[in-house]
Write a protein that binds this ligand. Structure first.
Ligand SMILES: *[C@@H]1O[C@H](CO)[C@@H](O)[C@H](O)[C@H]1NC(C)=O
Ligand SMILES: *[C@@H]1O[C@H](CO)[C@@H](O)[C@H](O)[C@H]1NC(C)=O
Ligand SMILES: *[C@@H]1O[C@H](CO)[C@@H](O)[C@H](O)[C@H]1NC(C)=O
Ligand SMILES: *[C@@H]1O[C@H](CO)[C@@H](O)[C@H](O)[C@H]1NC(C)=O
Ligand SMILES: *[C@@H]1O[C@H](CO)[C@@H](O)[C@H](O)[C@H]1NC(C)=O
Length: 612
């Protein structure tokens, strides 16, 4: 009886058109001092920033079906309106929507993984950053921020401005609002040449387990996808890298546009990605930094026993170690493992450089992870990495892994790959695209590649490199697989592309850095293979081939170079996973089906076993 009467009451209310509460949450991407309202029918209601830039409001109304967000001025008048029309739903009312952006739930396809994992690549407390576009507002000390944004190099010199600005950060995703105090500083040398600067944010409170996040500007990438795809490619080859997601970035009154947001290669990342444990003790990581083409290079050549001889070259820098467990004054101990490695390698070259028996490989494996090195070299060959390990021994860390008691190479910074020589004059100006192994050796007058040449001289090692390259180029770097991935990323960021380029054109910081006036057209051209002559991609001595044309051409060349390799006969059971051409039809999907099939199979076998 009671339910019937309350149903009746409910019906009565509905019949009378009793009002309901409608909830709105929207992030402003219009920058500091913007105001947002919601418009339904002819009604416009201002929303409240709580906290800025997240505008919220509860509106009591009879019925709201369609609505739009509008931009208001400080008097509450409408000065702009988003292009899309939204339909109210309980689901949408629970997330933080974004002004003039549709709500996205795009799942990026997984690239095929042809190798066993060698490293944990994260832990429970430290997962890869989720696939959302964050909104990052930094409210920084104005004088300190101006100092950085007007002079990323000090006083017009080549000296980097390493100052900090203290900030309050608000980071908003569809599901969360995160706020903390912290600081920002400008990062990179090459990336500092651009007006759209790259930054590191340091946090006082933890953001998804992190105390620091890099914001990379992609200032020379019209596709805005190269770094994202590159980190995915390394990862699919089982190489631990800093993975990235996207963010819209604002500092004080400056709207910087779309960035990639990623981890830095720091202690936390090493603990979790290499050791799989947020409490692990790390070893020693040395940053390799070469100045090409003049040098000096981080060539790993033996000088003498004195750590200062290496330190003073400025090509090796102690990067990460357990600082609280070592007296910072004991510099020689910080550099101990670097000098050790250089010595060990020198001795190996002296003793086994011309010994092509298996013993040479076994001896090297005692202190160096060859497999992980070769995977790095293969990926760098496929992507023609102009500023990384294989070509110039840069943008990498040499890491002494205390758990495995060996050394390994950890790559970072993927903004100079997947485009051809860019500005690197050590490339063969004509033949670079066709060569998938000696492309680094064209100009050895500047840099003789002592380290990799000695490595690849050994037939077992070179063969393994070829096998790795064959597997990645046949499966992961397959043009359809990559196209599917890249188009999914493009769909994910497309609404932000024009906005980003327009903001970059309008950026009013006083630093007169390099600025590429990219357009949406450049973005779209990068997503297809227009089959242009390679020479058309060279402008002002910089060669940057469209992304999809590069991927198709380079993939074809490296598949040709490795075409004679029979993968079934060249298998290393500790490292290889057999893939079939199924993975090419729908990357990601079939590997999951295969796994669940295996699971089902195991389950059925166990069941059968018990039944018998
Ligand atoms: C920025 O700060 C440095 C000192 O750290 C100073 O030398 C430089 O002149 C400042 N630049 C500007 C533009 O204020
Ligand atoms: C900045 O550069 C000018 C001219 O090059 C020089 O006179 C001045 O001393 C420099 N200031 C600093 C702080 O280095
Ligand atoms: C909204 O975004 C579209 C592109 O997705 C753009 O063309 C339009 O100008 C934007 N409108 C406003 C008001 O920002
Ligand atoms: C290209 O490089 C050549 C040789 O280094 C140089 O002479 C020329 O001025 C450069 N051109 C441009 C547009 O930078
Ligand atoms: C696989 O690689 C490991 C490490 O390099 C090596 O010790 C082993 O001999 C290889 N196995 C085969 C079958 O090649």
């Amino acid at each position: 009886m009671k339910t019937i009467s309350s149903l009746f009451v409910l019906f009565f209310f509905f019949a009378l058109g009793y009002a309901k509460n409608y909830k709105f949450n929207v992030v402003s991407i219009l920058g500091e001092n913007s105001f947002i309202g919601v418009k339904y029918g002819n009604v416009i209601t201002p929303l409240t920033p709580q906290p800025f830039p997240l505008f919220s409001g509860l509106i009591n109304a009879d019925k709201i079906e369609e609505y739009k967000y509008v931009e208001l001025n400080s008097l509450g008048n409408v000065v702009g309106e988003e292009s899309l029309t939204r339909t109210y739903s309980d689901e949408n009312s629970k997330i933080n929507e974004v002004y003039n952006r549709s709500n996205k739930n795009i799942k990026l396809p997984e690239l095929p993984k042809p190798f066993q994992q060698m490293f944990p690549m994260g832990s429970k407390k430290y997962q890869p950053l989720p696939n959302v576009i964050y909104n990052v507002y930094a409210k920084c000390d104005e004088a300190a921020y101006k100092n950085l944004s007007s002079q990323p190099f000090l006083n017009g010199t080549k000296q980097q401005n390493d100052n900090l600005a203290i900030c309050q950060f608000t980071i908003i995703s569809p599901e969360n609002v995160f706020q903390t105090t912290g600081s920002i500083h400008v990062i990179g040398y090459g990336s500092r040449l651009y007006k759209k600067l790259s930054w590191t944010m340091k946090f006082d409170k933890k953001f998804l387990g992190r105390k620091a996040i890099k914001m990379r500007a992609m200032a020379n990438d019209p596709s805005l996808i190269r770094e994202k795809f590159a980190s995915e490619l390394y990862k699919s080859a089982g190489i631990p890298v800093q993975e990235c997601t996207y963010a819209r970035f604002f500092i004080n009154g400056d709207n910087y546009g779309l960035y990639t947001m990623l981890d830095s290669l720091n202690r936390k990342w090493i603990k979790n990605y290499i050791h799989g444990n947020s409490k692990a003790d790390i070893g020693f990581a040395y940053k390799l930094d070469s100045a090409h083409p003049e040098g000096p290079f981080a060539d790993f050549k033996y000088i003498d026993e004195n750590y200062l001889s290496y330190r003073k070259r400025h090509t090796y820098k102690i990067d990460e170690y357990e600082e609280d467990k070592l007296n910072p004054m004991e510099e020689s101990k910080q550099y101990y493992h670097l000098v050790q490695f250089i010595k060990l390698y020198r001795n190996w070259v002296v003793n086994y450089g011309n010994d092509f028996s298996d013993k040479a490989v076994i001896e090297l494996e005692k202190f160096f992870n060859i497999e992980s090195m070769l995977r790095v070299l293969a990926v760098e060959s496929l992507t023609l990495a102009t500023d990384n390990f294989f070509m110039v021994m840069s943008n990498s860390d040499l890491y002494y892994n205390p758990e495995k008691k060996y050394y390994q190479i950890l790559p970072f910074d993927f903004d100079r790959m997947l485009c051809g020589p860019f500005d690197n004059v050590m490339f063969d100006p004509v033949g670079y695209m066709d060569d998938c192994i000696t492309w680094v050796n064209y100009d050895e007058s500047h840099f003789d590649h002592y380290f990799t040449n000695n490595l690849l001289k050994h037939p077992q090692i070179k063969n393994r490199y070829d096998v790795i390259l064959a597997k990645i180029s046949r499966y992961t770097f397959d043009k359809n697989v990559v196209a599917r991935y890249i188009h999914a990323v493009a769909d994910f960021i497309r609404e932000d592309v024009q906005w980003n380029f327009e903001l970059n054109d309008k950026l009013t910081i006083s630093y007169n850095g390099i600025h590429n006036h990219f357009t949406v057209n450049d973005f779209e051209n990068n997503l297809v293979n227009r089959n242009l002559e390679l020479s058309t991609f060279t402008k002002n001595n910089i060669t940057q081939i469209d992304l999809m044309q590069f991927i198709e051409m380079r993939g074809d060349r490296c598949r040709a170079y490795t075409s004679s390799i029979d993968l079934s006969k060249n298998k290393n059971h500790s490292f290889d996973i057999d893939l079939t051409d199924d993975v090419l039809k729908s990357s990601g999907v079939s590997s999951i089906t295969k796994r669940s099939f295996m699971l089902l199979f195991t389950f059925t076998s166990v069941l059968l076993f018990f039944m018998i």
